[in-house]
Design a protein around this ligand. Structure first.
Ligand code: SF4
Length: 174
């Protein structure tokens, strides 16, 4: 087992302590740098940083960054949610390490959707029905995986189908 233990720190943003979401940093008691390219290969990280190594995942509006000595997670509902994500990551880290001989390590982030490809299928009326100020902002949110074709109410059937097909090539949730 590579990652045996960690200590968890729960933080509230200092600029707005009343803000509902919390951040979590898990300080790892073992250095897991060596597993990061394998973890990235298995879970399809959104981004992979080489020096120092870190892999970034985006999942359900959260940003999860796994470093060699710590894991940072933002936009959590509460401590319970932090515990569930950390337990899941610990399992994934240890499985990737145990199976590393069968995994091709990856030093790149997963392919990302192109903002322009999304934008050209949107109505481009800036009607704000999606809650975003412009179609461009909506397209950027979709490229990050935070929005989907269903979130643009005026989108026609054919373009919705094409956008769903385009977006289905990309993986957002580990
Ligand atoms: S709802 Fe669709 S058309 Fe309207 S601003 Fe949002 S992305 Fe653009």
């Amino acid at each position: 087992m590579l990652l045996k233990s960690y200590s968890k720190e729960i933080l509230r943003p200092e600029c707005n302590p009343g803000f509902e979401s919390v951040h979590c940093i898990a300080h790892l008691e073992q250095d897991i740098s060596a597993v990061l390219p394998y973890l990235n290969a298995v879970l399809g990280g959104f981004e992979y940083l080489k020096d120092p190594p870190a892999v970034i995942f985006r999942s359900q509006g959260k940003l999860i960054t796994v470093h060699g000595d710590k894991i940072a997670i933002n936009a959590l509902r509460d401590e319970d949610e932090a515990d569930k994500i950390l337990e899941w990551l610990q399992r994934e880290i240890n499985e990737a390490w145990e199976n590393r001989e069968d995994i091709e390590p990856s030093y790149e982030g997963a392919p990302k959707p192109k903002l322009i490809e999304i934008l050209k299928l949107l109505p481009k009326t800036n009607c704000k029905e999606c809650g975003e100020p412009t179609c461009m902002v909506f397209a950027a949110r979709m490229a990050e995986g935070a929005k989907g074709p269903k979130d643009c109410p005026p989108l026609g059937v054919e373009n919705k189908r094409r956008l769903e097909e385009y977006m289905s090539q990309f993986k957002f949730d580990p």
